[in-house]
Design a protein around this ligand. Sequence first.
Ligand SMILES: CC(C)(COP(=O)(O)OP(=O)(O)OC[C@H]1O[C@@H](n2cnc3c(N)ncnc32)[C@H](O)[C@@H]1OP(=O)(O)O)[C@@H](O)C(=O)NCCC(=O)NCCS
Length: 190
Amino acid sequence: MSGIENPLLLDFPDQFETERLILRAPRPGDGAASNAAIRESIDELRPWMPWAQTIPAVEDTEAVYRRNASEWIARTNLGLILWRKSDGLFVGGSGLHRLDWSVPCVEIGYWVRTSLAGQGYITEAVNGITAFAFEYLHAERIEIRCDARNVRSAAVAERAGYVLEARFHHHARAVDGGLRDTLVYAKFPQ
Ligand SMILES: CC(C)(COP(=O)(O)OP(=O)(O)OC[C@H]1O[C@@H](n2cnc3c(N)ncnc32)[C@H](O)[C@@H]1OP(=O)(O)O)[C@@H](O)C(=O)NCCC(=O)NCCS
């Protein structure tokens, strides 16, 4: 098939599950739970996430999620929140970003709250999001990009079966202003 001509008319669920997680589109009211997780995780987020240089106010996080909710409807950016099924705890943030519907291709991003790191939740989420993107968005290409020094992020891509395609040398500025190399991982429909 060709690309998606009018993504506004493409129907897909705004919530789906994996073994231990519920993944759903952001809604008004999600800001407080996310803000608590950002506060807890700020030291691990700061080196890699431009939006996590200082702890945001709860209202700022809430505003981000309200904007994300509107982007979901507009099909311009598909943010996702990960909730633990067993107790409803906010696990982390992810999503399908840099959508190009003409292909379609998309990039997955992610972060985990520090107290839940090292338990495979993000790899599980990436596997679920990958299946979602192939089935519902008809993705022909899914990318994961990370700073070459971000070994924990690269390990997620590799555990999820993504193939390293390229290393872009001096591709961007890191959050500290230094030059960073970017690793590009990709996956394609079977
Ligand atoms: C990148 C990031 C999300 C990775 O988190 P993570 O907790 O290492 O990733 P996972 O949730 O997949 O967990 C993997 C770990 O759980 C272990 N694990 C336990 N149970 C597992 C399971 N069922 N499945 C897979 N892994 C499991 C793995 O062995 C691995 O352990 P290790 O770190 O000792 O090697 C996290 O480091 C982070 O939020 N960093 C800051 C933000 C960031 O850099 N985001 C990416 C920007 S490109």
